[in-house]
Write a new protein. Structure first.
Lengths: 757, 156
């Protein structure tokens, strides 16, 4: 799909939306130090306790800046990258929707709203990963991403609800403020485990790590935005957000450091098996997410600062590297690192961006990656019990250096291999975004004080009790420089032996066998087997559906009546009119039971309706009677028209076969309905509502017909909903009926033409 | 082309307008006596259904103001809008407003409730009347099939 040319779509102007938001966020961030929290309450459904309180503190602001800042450049890049793709407008709509969902997720204070936005990001991600929907692999990846992150979201909902019930609040702020009270509740570990599943699935932690590299079938702007800079960090965000409440729990610390550390190490091993530049970057993203999760789990005052700094650093180097991969793909048509070499002379701007981003990724001095690494080293110093975290992250750092070298050096400066012919840099829309972000990564490294207030405020949100020191470090610290030298040496070695290591790992197919991706495939394959139940319930026969429906009603009625007391009502003589209407009802019902012809059956059923309408009329419900009459007329006309047509198609069932089960169901239903009626009549009737409406109809609603007053005034919004349903049902039925009509006409037309009418 | 009930068709020339007048009367009296938008609408639906059987579905749909789909949509919108004036006077949505217009011999009461009920009437008539007419049109196409049926069987 490599579209050559310097065109840039006008859709790129959409970048102005996130840009404006980013500017607002940045201005807010500069208003004071520390950054004040901004709280906005929007009532949504007050009776359910769900509101849309926005709570924008340092942590939220950091994410908002990432979402909008990188987002605006993603829009510019996408406008150039997708130029000439016919349905690119869809991509922009989805990107905007995704951006809004992300903004909602990081700024809401309500756990239910958080869940809703969380799942919205999963849905938009599904649509974006599957953007090339003609491609089978793309669809499969999209489905996988949705199953893992969407399913994880549902588990998260259970965890959040349980947490809110334990803590007695649906507001995150209130939960955190009250955590000393509920933290010892025995249900907390269950809630925590459920929340872990949600966060780990979103942030591609083991054992849910496999979906992220597969999601690379998305267009590159999407990969850069969703799958490196923003969405996958939502799980990290949630953990950071809840850190003030759970940070002291051993379960929190052990799970996060173990899962995060293991994921990071595993992802780095899997990186070595890849040849596709984008998948290499994806695995290193998984490793970075693992590192972040691990850092959140590390106790101590330094860890939050390190986590926040690394989060920012990672976004600032990984997004440009994805852009670089996209540019290479765009220009050469391949992303296989074997086919790429010596691109620097022909793609100088892309090479420069890759080099700058690579510096930060490797943690070289004078880049923000170096600052982040320093903070991580300080964080790990503090605690002896988590020394192994240091070893895991050393390995991760070493492979990171190698990956940075592959992306920034090998494909651009490595000699040998085939020189690509006719390759050149893309237009400014493809060059400016990666260069700009990568330059920021270096600028913040040279002048860390620019982002220091933001980092401190975000870390403060994670650890409100401690004095946050911010980005205080000594660039000449020997321990830090020593660790850097070690990582560089190890990384250099891995880079030098990259091809040989790759060959070694390729010979280990058991890695595929034991992967959770294989388990996922087995689970998906089991779905069609489970679906075998469906055709048994959904036989396609209307009779079958009715039987199931009525059985369910019988069961529900029986359960409801089990506790009710049924007494025979006092005998009183009915009036002549009531007796007559009842007689009509009985005769019509008996006739309906005895006739065979479905048309006569319909008329008998209609008569039952008229009989009950008469009863309503004589028992003091004229409105109901009127309605019943009118509905009955329409019902008979509609069903008659349908029956005439159905008979023509010979779809009326033969009938006589095995009538007894149906008779039994009918009798059971009749008996239960009778009991229900007796129970209802026998019990005391609460007159409060009737009295209220009777007394208030004239003074409040100026009407003497209480029924109508309730419909149009007291409960007018209900009525509005009902007529909307009626209208929507008509709109839904119309195409089906027209289709049937057209088919019948089409069948008739040729024959009618022959006969000349 | 299609065989029609001639007696019904002739009768409907008088009956259809009469039923509509009755339906509107039921709609208007609804606030103080049995009636209202839904019942009035259902009587109009019955009129449309009868017209569809007697004079054809197309004719029945033509004689609904705006046509069924737009009538239903206009009804829902009218009901939706009838709650808006309440905002202008600072009340909650759907707080109905009343006014009296002196006509000399009596006071005419007008209110947003009337608009709401008119919307219900239109929505019910449009949606269910349109549905009835469409279903009856299925039956019309069947009548054509009767001639075509034998031809189709020969082809098969």
């Amino acid at each position: 799909m490599a579209v050559k040319g310097r065109g840039i779509s006008r859709l790129g102007l959409l970048a102005l939306i996130p840009l404006a938001l980013a500017v607002v966020a940045a201005v807010h961030g500069h208003r004071a130090d520390p950054i004040p929290a901004w709280i906005l309450v929007l009532p949504w459904s007050p009776t359910l306790g769900v509101d849309l309180t926005l709570h924008i503190d340092g942590l939220a602001l950091l994410f908002i800046l990432l979402i909008c800042g990188i987002g605006s450049l993603v829009f510019v890049y996408a406008a150039a990258y997708m130029a000439g793709v016919p349905d690119r407008a869809r991509l922009f709509v989805l990107l905007l929707l995704f951006m809004l969902s992300m903004l909602g997720a990081v700024s809401t204070d309500n756990v239910i709203a958080l869940f809703v936005f969380w799942e919205l990001t999963s849905l938009t991600s599904f649509l974006l990963v599957g953007f090339k929907h003609e491609d089978e692999a793309s669809r499969r990846s999209a489905q996988q991403a949705l199953f893992v992150t969407g399913g994880g979201g549902l588990v998260l909902l259970a965890g959040l609800i349980l947490l809110a019930e334990i803590g007695g609040a649906y507001s995150i702020r209130a939960l955190i403020a009250g955590h000393p009270v509920w933290i010892d509740d025995p249900r907390v570990p269950v809630a925590l485990a459920l929340i872990f599943v949600g966060a780990f699935s979103k942030s591609a932690q083991f054992p849910f790590h496999f979906w992220l590299p597969n999601a690379m079938s998305a267009p590159t702007p999407v990969s850069a935005y969703l799958h490196s800079a923003t969405m996958v960090k939502l799980g990290v965000y949630l953990l950071a957000r809840l850190h003030p409440a759970f940070g002291e729990l051993p379960m929190w610390q052990l799970t996060l450091t173990a899962v995060g550390g293991f994921t990071a190490a595993l992802a780095m091993v899997l990186t070595l098996r890849e040849r596709d530049l984008k998948r290499i970057l994806a695995w290193s993203t998984v490793a970075a997410l693992g590192t972040l999760v691990m850092l959140i789990g590390v106790p101590g005052d330094g860890a939050p600062v390190a986590a926040v700094a690394f989060l920012l650093a990672h976004a600032l180097y990984k997004a440009p590297l994805f852009f670089v991969a996209g540019n290479i793909d765009h220009a050469t048509g391949t992303r296989r690192i074997d086919d790429l070499a010596g691109l620097a002379p022909v793609m100088p701007w892309t090479a420069a961006a890759a080099l700058l981003a690579g510096l930060s990724m490797a943690g070289m001095p004078l880049s923000f990656g170096f600052v982040a690494k320093d903070m991580m080293a300080i964080a790990k110093e503090g605690d002896g019990g988590f020394a192994w975290v240091g070893y895991a992250s050393l390995f991760v750092s070493a492979v990171s250096v190698a990956v940075a070298a592959v992306a920034a050096i090998r494909v651009f400066w490595h000699r040998g291999g085939r020189r690509p012919v006719g390759v050149h840099d893309g237009g400014w829309g493809l060059i400016v975004p990666p260069l700009l972000i990568a330059l920021l990564g270096v600028a913040f490294g040279l002048a860390p004080h620019l982002v220091d207030p933001l980092i401190r405020s975000a870390a403060h949100a994670m650890l409100p009790t401690a004095e946050i020191r911010g980005l205080v470090f000594d660039p000449t610290d020997r321990a830090v420089l020593g660790a850097l030298a070690l990582a560089l040496a190890a990384g250099g070695t891995i880079y030098a032996f990259w091809d040989r290591l790759h060959a070694q790992f390729d010979r280990l197919p058991w890695l595929d066998q034991v992967s959770t991706a294989a388990i996922y495939r087995a689970l998906v394959a089991a779905i069609p087997k489970a679906a075998a139940i469906t055709p048994r319930l959904q036989s396609g026969s209307l009779l079958g559906y009715t039987v199931w429906l009525l059985l369910a009603v019988v069961a529900a009625l029986a359960a409801a009546l089990a506790a009710a007391t049924v007494a025979w009502p006092a005998r009183e003589l009915p009036s002549l009119a009531v007796a007559g209407a009842s007689a009509l009802l009985i005769v019509a019902a008996l006739a309906a039971c005895l006739v065979r012809d479905s048309f006569v059956l319909l008329l008998a059923a209609g008569l039952v309706g008229f009989g009950s309408a008469l009863l309503f009329l004589f028992l003091g419900a004229p409105d109901l009677a009127f309605t019943q009459f009118a509905v009955e007329v329409a019902f008979v006309v509609v069903i008659a028209a349908i029956l005439l047509r159905v008979r023509r198609l010979d779809l009326v069932p033969a009938g006589a076969q095995r009538a007894w089960p149906r008779i039994a169901i009918a009798l059971a239903l009749a008996a239960l309905a009778t009991l229900l009626l007796l129970a209802a009549v026998g019990g005391p009737l609460d007159p409060a509502l009737a009295q209220y409406f009777g007394a208030q109809a004239v003074p409040q609603a100026h009407g003497r017909n209480v029924v109508n007053v309730i419909l149009v005034d007291f409960r007018a919004v209900d009525t509005l909903g009902e007529i909307a349903v009626v209208a929507v049902a008509f709109v839904a039925a119309l195409p089906l009926l027209r289709l049937a009509y057209e088919r019948a006409r089409a069948r008739r037309a040729p024959a009618a033409g022959e006969e000349g009418r | 082309m299609t065989p029609r009930a001639v007696i019904l068709e002739v009768l409907l020339r008088a009956l259809y307008p009469l039923m509509l007048v009755v339906s509107v009367w039921i709609l208007l009296r609804g606030h103080n006596a049995p009636g209202g938008g839904f019942i009035g609408g259902m009587i109009a639906v019955a009129a449309t259904a009868m017209l569809a059987v007697g004079s054809g579905a197309a004719q029945a749909q033509r004689r609904m103001p705006l046509g069924p789909l737009r009538l239903a949509a206009a009804g829902v919108l009218l009901s939706l809008a009838s709650g808006l004036p309440a905002w202008a006077v600072g009340s909650a949505y759907m707080t109905h407003l009343w006014a009296s217009v002196p006509l000399g011999f009596t006071d005419l009461k007008v209110s947003t409730v009337m608009l709401f009920d008119l919307g219900v009437y239109a929505a019910v008539w449009g949606a269910l009347g349109g549905l009835c007419a469409q279903v009856v049109s299925l039956d019309e196409s069947r009548r054509g099939d009767e001639d075509a049926g034998s031809a189709a069987e020969r082809d098969a």
